[in-house]
Design a protein around this ligand. Structure first.
Ligand SMILES: C[S@@+](CC[C@H](N)C(=O)[O-])C[C@H]1O[C@@H](n2cnc3c(N)ncnc32)[C@H](O)[C@@H]1O
Length: 189
């Protein structure tokens, strides 16, 4: 197995033992980046928020803790990540405040106009079809809803063309924001 395959199995498409180790690492890093990316969304009390590619569920937990009156949903195709995220968010799941599903950005299992905010951190670069995934996010966002994408310096995501890709998927007011740990994009439906 080469380095690219190893990284893909640990972080990109977490699977098996390597995926479980990758999930552990992801859950215990980005301690300042994740709150920064969440902050881009300016979440209001009562907002319905979706995270695409939630990994081990650390951002889901932060979202649920910081939005007590809101509702948080997530999709991720990895069975290992679903298990870790469900364990990490067991209490909020039992309370019905969090809903985690196995699924992909390209085919979101939600009705149109379901969410006020959508977040995705270090995930878009491994989707099989970026444009379809972004069109799906656009579909499930309410009118005026906001999308935030976050990428750490380790994500291997290039900034080039991303603003144009979001605009082509139907988003407006697209902004690219730099931080010392990576960058983010915010956009509106
Ligand atoms: C590098 S991890 C990031 C996880 C988490 N967002 C974090 O920052 O810790 C990438 C995640 O995207 C998920 N993923 C891969 N392909 C996806 C797709 N097509 N749609 C949604 N998520 C996907 C993976 O299963 C993995 O959990």
């Amino acid at each position: 197995m080469n380095l690219d395959d190893l990284l893909l199995r640990m972080f990109g498409r977490p699977c098996g033992l390597l995926g479980r180790v990758g999930g552990f690492i992801m859950a215990h890093t980005k301690r300042t980046f994740t709150p920064w990316a969440i902050g881009l969304l300016e979440i209001q009390p009562g907002d319905r928020v979706l995270e695409v590619g939630f990994g081990p569920g650390a951002a889901i937990r932060r979202l649920a803790e910081s939005t007590p009156a809101g509702f948080i949903a997530g999709v991720d195709p990895s069975r290992e990540m679903l298990q870790q995220a469900r364990t990490r968010n067991a209490k909020a799941l039992r309370a019905g405040r969090v809903d985690l599903r196995q699924g992909s950005a390209e085919c979101l299992p939600f009705e149109e106009h379901s969410f006020d905010k959508v977040l995705s951190i270090n995930s878009l670069q491994v989707w099989s079809d970026t444009r379809t995934g972004l069109r799906e996010i656009h579909r499930v966002l309410k009118k005026g809803g906001q999308l935030a994408l976050g990428f750490t310096v380790h994500s291997r995501q290039s900034r080039t063309g991303l603003v144009e890709t979001l605009a082509a998927a139907g988003f407006g007011e697209v902004r690219l924001i730099e931080t010392d740990q990576g960058f983010g994009l915010v956009a509106k439906k």
